[in-house]
Ligand binder design. Sequence first.
Ligand code: 3HC
Length: 339
Amino acid sequence: MSAPPLDRPTAPDEAALQALFDATIAADHRIEPRDWMPEGYRRTLIRQIAQHAHSEIIGMQPEGDWLLAAPSLRRKAILLAKVQDEAGHGMYLYSAAETLGADRADLTDKLIEGRQKYSSIFNYPTLTYADVGVIGWLVDGAAICNQVPLCRSSYGPYARAMIRVCKEESFHQRQGYELLLTMMRGTDEQRAMVQDAVDRWWWPSLMMFGPPDDDSPNSAQSMAWGIKRHSNDELRRRYVDMSVPQAEVLGVTLPDPELSYDAEAGHYRFGAIDWAEFKRVISGNGPANAERIARRRAARDDNAWVTEAATAYAAKRTGERASQEGPATEERNEPGVEQ
Ligand code: 3HC
């Protein structure tokens, strides 16, 4: 059922614009790039969308490391498609940030200079091929859990980008789970590799949802604006509830001795997350932060000539088109001038 239409006032003063913005949010309609929005809303969106875009682009690295070592042509084709999808996600998200007035090159510079964040999860190394499966299952699984509600985010371009991203993340999650199922049906050594990867990725996956609610400075305002639809802890709990039965089917043990089902609450209880580790990683001191940023910097600098060439070509094409079309219609049809 669609929300009722809004009365749109015509007065352009700030109070009326704010009232229209508030009514749009309250009615659960979308804010679009043409609409007036408070500066804080715009800044919060740029912060979150940029961080999300950076995560997709940096997130290509841990799995990209295995492209040349995939165990079969089939696995290589799947992994290649997945890594390319992540690049696409980054592009949709940078485009969404551009609708808010951000500049893509400037956002990339901020990432490289450590002035904008990217997800903590991509600062851990991928040690064996089982990590590729576990990233698909746990990391993309966490991404889906966090991002499906963002398809209803109040900012139109972000919400629409999320629809396609989530469809592709579903494929990513399934390919990871299928890879792990195959390995679990293999040798003892393969099963041990899967368990070892689960042991290393489980806790960092829980950290992806962000700090606990009582230590999350942005949540309250972001939820009031409809940018985020659920709190960090709520989504983390949903993720644990979803993952435990999947681990049982797979035949792996999640590395948390305190994990137990609370029938009264209808949720799994889990042990304490190491928030000191989380803070270390997001402040640039995780196991692979330096390597991730160094590679991103090299990609920007080594490929600058491609951007320059593409920009020069686009400018040339625009110039050619303008000279073919001649002067604008209004000038050609000046009153009193015979055609
Ligand atoms: N990694 C790095 N930084 C994190 C983080 C994480 N896992 N979780 C939180 N933070 C940062 C926040 O950005 C914020 O820092 P800032 O104010 O300097 O920007 C600070 O920690 C406090 O956290 P808050 O809870 O107050 O921040 P938010 O309200 O922004 O919530 C979030 C954090 C839940 C991650 C939210 O921003 C969000 O939902 N973002 C969109 C999804 C996203 O970015 N996902 C990244 C993973 S993408 C991915 O997984 C790709 C796929 O291919 C696997």
